[in-house]
Ligand binder design. Sequence first.
Ligand code: SAM
Length: 232
Amino acid sequence: MRWFPRREPMAGDPLAADRAAMVERQLRRRGIIDARVLAAMGAVPRERFVPIGLRSHAYDDAALPIAGGQAISQPYIVAWMTELLQVLPGGIVLEVGTGSGYQAAVLATIGARVRSIERLPELAAAARERLAGLGLGDLVEVIVADGSLGDPGTAPHARVIVTAGAPTVPAPLLDQLAEGGRLVVPVGPANAQELILVTRTLGRLTETPVGGCAFVPLIGVAGFRPGEDGPV
Ligand code: SAM
């Protein structure tokens, strides 16, 4: 009798095979090596963070539109930024730009506690609900504010991830970066930025460009003015 490997998706998780293929083809083969990041990307159901009509595209190698004219980032970008952040187990991450909540879910799944700031109240509410539905509500706090100003009340921050494109590295985020801290932020004109890794060592800030990316604009006091560059 011949034996054939089991190919049908796991019961109750019809997109498991697509998710596993995304991890292998889009992440591992492109150089993502952090095992915790790969495991989290293989565990978080991205289909729960995209509009219902786009669920069959949840594991496409692409950003996808979400409500409010915003976007959920391409899986590779989420994994890359998470890897760059080098989250410590149990560490706290400040995220600017909750969007769908997917990036926050990945961070929480690798063991971070996330304080995530979103400027659009309807996106914040939907993300809160989604994260709670996945049992991550205790690990991710979503607040509505202008994240370009950082979060002075909880500063300094050891890890900061900005998931919207800023015209320059927002000065408040630099001021609020802790000693030994890491900040990952896309910088440049709307929809075509350079991803910048900022570190603070012995008080000194170092900015390292690590590659190109394309995000919707960071709108705020230390970002773009509404209507100035890209969608409001
Ligand atoms: N991290 C998100 C995810 O996993 O779905 C993707 C974020 S989306 C590319 C950018 C988000 O940043 C949008 O939801 C947008 O409303 C938000 N945003 C833009 N400017 C902001 C600001 N000043 N403060 C907080 N959120 C902001």
